[in-house]
Design a protein around this ligand. Structure first.
Ligand SMILES: [Zn+2]
Ligand SMILES: [Zn+2]
Length: 508
């Protein structure tokens, strides 16, 4: 192994968490193992072992579940039998300067709530996997067009990406919002992206109404329909294509488990998807097994190796995967096996050495069995950098107006929005960003990526919670567009983060 993480005695874990470093420049290349320059989405690398094969594959797309943003303890979670809390604004906010604007935003979302509910259920009833969100694409773009937005369909060469824009006046700041749309294979909307889709739409429409009431304000709203969050990194592709360049800040939200009336603005794990294929040689398993090279054995050795590695990793790291094969029979030595792994760590820089340790296990299995090996990786998802001023502004608004409690626990989930939020190590774009998760009611052990959560994501209570979060995001976005002092502090916080990133990179 070419890397040993520094241990600092009994408190090493705590110190490591406090001293989280950020990813180095060319971070994506570092995840891939050896390439010094940014590479394309799918890339195949020569195995350093003499048994490795170097082949270029077609661009691959595969499922990689990633975004469970559960927070709070299990005993505190919102169980579906509980009466949904009231979200009626009760307090005149001290953190929203213009109360009449807040009223417009809230009334607009309350008025549009039924239409948004219909949209949400339509998308929920038509679950679509990554890069195939055609129904959601058409439904949402039509809705935005009907609401006076300038729409670009099939944005930046992605069939299911889209952009909806509303501009008022000339110049002014630009706020970005994201709507996710994809579902999970076999489970439907078990991550609640139907709620994310309508939250983005609701924020954009409410903001437009607020701007129209203040015609002297120049500003622009850009809502992006972002495909393939559950794998495929739709936002990374859009980021690389320049979709975020015009924005001064970008916001979105994500449903999860958590206590009633709560939201979480903590970070998330960085994640690397790794697909490994083993190529052996088939033989009669009874007649001449010595003539075979067993690819399934390689997969089992890799699985065992990583299972043992798991005992030696930090509690906040994750590695998990599945085995796939074809034409397997008990009387034939399998000549092919494929595994899909996801490795996660709290920061991008911690993920790099961790991925190397996982790759060592995969390569060891090839050596042990004599199989050839091919490793394919996608762009990594970076950890989430929540802009502290945006986060505090959002927490103040949802706390004072709707009685929501905000926490800032980091989660071991991951999102491609992390790349949008990232600082200078990611060379394509980086901007102040906010990605709160929010609780919806479900059943015990029914969190994200379970059938129970798919049921939860179509409940009326989940819809009400989504509308409330959309109000908070819209009011936060309005401050970005119109409150000079607030935006100056948002930028200052962002620049501070960049400076800290640079310091870390120089040490990497
Ligand atoms: Zn999700
Ligand atoms: Zn998910």
């Amino acid at each position: 192994m070419d890397h040993q993480e520094v241990q600092t005695g009994c408190f090493g874990y705590l110190l490591a968490r406090k001293a989280r470093s950020k990813a180095p420049r060319n971070a994506q290349a570092a995840f891939r193992g050896d390439h010094p320059q940014m590479a394309s989405r799918a890339d195949v690398h020569q195995n350093p072992s003499p048994l490795g094969v170097a082949e270029k594959t077609d661009e691959i797309k595969y499922y990689s579940p990633c975004c469970c943003f559960s927070f709070g303890s299990e005993s505190e979670r919102w169980i579906e039998q509980e009466v949904p809390p009231s979200y009626s604004p009760t307090v005149i906010s001290a953190s929203t300067d213009d109360n009449s604007v807040a009223t417009i935003v809230e009334r607009t979302l309350d008025k549009e709530s039924r239409k948004l509910r219909v949209l949400s259920l339509k998308i929920h009833d038509h679950p679509e996997l990554m890069f195939n969100e055609k129904y959601a694409h058409d439904t949402l773009t039509n809705f935005m067009e009907q609401n006076g937005f300038k729409v670009i369909r099939r944005y930046l060469g992605l069939d299911t990406a889209w952009r909806a824009e509303y501009a008022q006046g000339k110049g002014g700041r630009v706020i970005g919002i994201n709507s996710e749309m994809d579902a999970l294979a076999g489970m439907g909307h078990a991550c609640g992206h139907n709620l994310i889709a309508i939250s983005g739409v609701g924020v954009a429409i409410a903001l437009k109404a607020a701007l129209e009431a203040q015609p002297n304000i120049s500003a622009k709203i850009i809502l992006l329909g972002t495909p393939a969050e559950e794998g495929g990194g739709g936002k990374v592709i859009l980021l690389e294509g320049g979709a975020y360049e015009e924005m001064d800040a970008c916001l979105m939200c994500h449903p999860s488990t958590g206590p009633p009336r709560s939201t979480n603005i903590g970070s998330s794990n960085a994640m690397q998807s790794i697909v490994v294929e083993y190529f052996g040689h088939s033989a009669h398993a009874g007649g001449a097994p010595w003539e075979g090279t067993n690819a399934l054995d390689a997969a089992f050795i890799a699985y065992s190796g990583i299972s043992m590695l798991r005992q030696q990793i930090k509690p906040d790291h994750r590695v998990h995967g599945v085995v796939e094969g074809k034409n397997w029979l008990p009387n034939v030595i399998p000549d092919y096996a494929k595994m899909h792994w996801l490795a996660r760590a709290p920061t991008s820089s911690e993920l790099i050495p961790f991925v190397k340790r996982v790759r060592n296990c995969l390569e060891a299995a090839a050596i042990a069995t004599g199989c050839k090996i091919k490793i394919t990786v996608e762009n990594a998802y970076f950890d989430l950098h929540q802009n502290s001023v945006l986060a505090q502004g959002f927490a103040d608004i949802v706390g004072s107006r709707y009685g929501l409690e905000a926490t800032s626990d980091s989660t071991t989930a991951s999102t491609d929005f992390g790349n949008v939020s990232y600082g200078p190590p990611y060379p394509f774009a980086a901007l102040p960003a906010l990605h709160p998760s929010f609780a919806i009611p479900t059943v015990p052990n029914g969190g994200n990526h379970t059938p129970a959560f798919a049921t939860a994501a179509r409940s009326e209570a989940a819809h009400t919670a989504t509308i409330t979060i959309a109000k908070g995001l819209a009011l936060t976005a309005y401050r970005v567009l119109t409150d000079e002092g607030f935006f100056t502090r948002v930028k200052a916080s962002f620049e501070q983060g960049k400076a800290a990133d640079d310091k870390q990179h120089s040490r990497f």
